[in-house]
Design a protein around this ligand. Structure first.
Ligand code: NAP
Length: 536
């Protein structure tokens, strides 16, 4: 079983003990006491600091990894090595030695004397406890993948005293996770292999799938000891760490940025609700400088990560700026499930089936289904779409397929005209014409009104000026943050019917979920989770 380890930066024995107790109550298996800020190595104070560390380890409610990390490898210890070894000796002979002692491979191999003393500590500790202290040899690179990665691993494995090998480096892309998983799969000894920063999250969450000895999760975001370390609550509640096993299928959201995506929240909760053996992760892909770069990056991710058989990749949401990439990136093994992807020129979904990959565009359903519910029948209804990007195209396509009449108005008229030219039944109109149209529904597909967008306080649709709107008119805003945009607020105040962006998000996500699991999506759960999260 892969252990969940909470790193604790010790400042005082009381604080370290309290945090270890909290880690236990939250569900951790083990704690790492990082004593490099607390232990100075001074001849004057070193003795009492060491005594306090020994006591804190003895009192810890969870097994302990003791680490006094040197500055070269991201730690705070810059005292003499002799003092550090003395600390290890005190701890090893102190009556209740730690479960693990972490020492950097670089320090261990630099000095024969240091190495011999560390080995003695581990042997001592073995004599005082039934369960011996195990030596973790570790290697860190906070900048990049170390060029001599294989050499470092071989050196750790070759050392007889080394019980556990630990490698952690800054992942440069999702592909680095595959190399870390390969290390775990071929490891001759228990191994910890973790990628740092946002590209490395996958290696942290999927450690149980590939047999990693442990993975780290912080008590709080600010107490993380490495970039990209999730919190213990995220690990246990969001990613359902305890349910991840060798057979677990992997899903994710491919995009840039994806750190704030709400998809992991709802899909993981959905997997839990229907008992699906899957986990859903943010999968950041760097887009580069232009569209060609984005396509190349997406293709490399497909080939180097998602097609790696051992990952058990089973599906993904695709978001900005890659929605137009899956066709190029996944050819020749991807099929357009229902022709919508080809017609829309965009896919927001990949689903892996036994006979190949399926691409789908569930944004279309995200717009059409709530409107169908509102009107019962869409054929013959007139709808104005505000905007001329990907969401506008998806809306125009879905609505014309339902037999609705579609009018499109966009800031850049040529973009609206291009959509109209490619979808029969769509016509472009000016914003002034849109105000006086007899449309039964208006849809905003621009980011106007979105928190953090180009005009968060503005109305995307001039609701007070819509000449023919009445109580039957529907105002649909695809923006979901905030839930009630300025456009929807104006519609509510005028007594019009409204559909918010959460409805769209939940509907498109539910369609994805059903493609992936073959089970009905728990839509009410999705809806509740999104509204609760957005309200906070
Ligand atoms: P997109 O392809 O970039 O298109 C954005 C459109 O908005 C373009 O037509 C653009 O006009 C217009 N626009 C942008 N800023 C504007 C401004 N300040 N004033 C007037 N028009 C402006 O984006 P998209 O993929 O279609 O997505 C658009 C929005 O839809 C997103 O912001 C998102 O909130 C929403 N959406 C929601 C969901 C959901 O599940 N709820 C799903 C997908 C999208 P120009 O053509 O003149 O540049």
């Amino acid at each position: 079983m892969t252990m969940l380890c909470v790193p604790i930066t010790m400042r005082t024995p009381e604080q370290a003990f309290a945090e270890a107790a909290e880690a236990k109550s939250l569900g951790a298996d083990i704690v790492e006491f990082r004593v490099d800020e607390f232990f100075s190595g001074d001849s004057a104070s070193g003795e009492s600091e060491a005594a306090a560390i020994v006591r804190t380890i003895a009192e810890s409610p969870l097994p302990v990894i003791l680490t006094c990390r040197i500055a070269d490898e991201g730690g705070a210890y810059d005292g003499p090595e002799d003092a550090r070894v003395s600390l290890f000796e005190r701890v090893a002979t102190g009556g209740s030695p730690p479960a693990y002692l972490d020492v950097e491979l670089a320090a261990y191999t630099r000095s024969a004397n240091f190495r011999q003393k560390v080995n003695l500590c581990v042997t001592h500790a073995k004599q005082v406890r039934d369960v011996p202290t195990r030596l973790i040899l570790s290697s860190h690179d906070f900048q990049t993948r170390p060029p001599d990665l294989s050499r470092r691993m071989m050196a750790m494995y070759a050392e007889p005293a080394c019980a556990v090998a630990k490698i952690a480096f800054r992942a440069r892309s999702l592909r680095d996770n595959v190399e870390l998983f390969e290390l775990l799969r071929g490891a001759p000894k228990p191994t910890i292999a973790l990628g740092m920063a946002e590209f490395g999250l996958m290696s942290r969450v999927l450690a149980p799938k590939f047999g990693g000895l442990l993975t780290f999760a912080s008590l709080k975001r600010e107490s993380a000891t490495a970039p990209g370390q999730p919190t213990i609550r995220e690990m246990l509640d969001l990613y359902r760490f305890r349910s991840i096993q060798a057979s677990t299928k992997v899903y994710g959201v491919l995009g840039w940025p994806v750190g704030h995506s709400m998809s992991p929240l709802i899909h993981n909760a959905g997997f839990e609700a229907v008992g699906h053996d899957g986990v859903y992760l943010p999968m950041p892909v760097a887009p580069g400088e232009n569209e060609d770069d984005a396509r190349a990056s997406f293709k490399a991710t497909v080939e180097g990560v998602l097609r790696w058989p051992a990952l058990d990749f089973a599906g993904a949401s695709v978001t900005i700026p890659f929605k137009s990439c899956p066709r190029a990136g996944a050819e020749p093994f991807a099929m357009d499930a229902d022709g919508l992807v080809t017609a829309a020129g965009a896919a927001n979904t990949i689903a892996v089936a036994p006979d190949g990959w399926r691409l789908a565009n569930t944004d279309v359903a995200g717009i059409v289904e709530p409107l169908r519910e509102a009107f019962g029948e869409l054929a013959g209804q007139m709808v104005v779409i505000w905007g001329g990007g990907g969401a506008a195209r998806a809306a125009a396509l879905g609505l014309t397929r339902e037999g609705a009449g579609v009018r499109l108005t966009n800031r850049t008229a040529s973009k609206a005209e291009a959509i109209a030219a490619s979808i029969p039944g769509v016509r472009t109109i000016s914003a002034q014409e849109a105000r006086t149209s007899r449309a039964r529904a208006h849809i905003n597909t621009t980011p106007i009104g979105m928190t953090g967008g180009p005009a968060p306080d503005a109305m995307a649709i001039p609701v007070p000026e819509l000449a023919d709107a009445d109580a039957g008119t529907v105002i649909f805003d695809t923006v979901y943050n905030p839930i009630e945009t300025p456009t929807l607020k104006a519609a509510r105040e005028r007594g019009l019917r409204t559909i918010d962006g959460v409805r769209m998000f939940v509907t498109q996500a539910a369609a994805q979920f059903e493609l992936w699991t073959g089970k009905p999506a728990p839509k009410q759960l999705f809806d509740r989770l999104m509204r609760e999260t957005l309200a906070n």
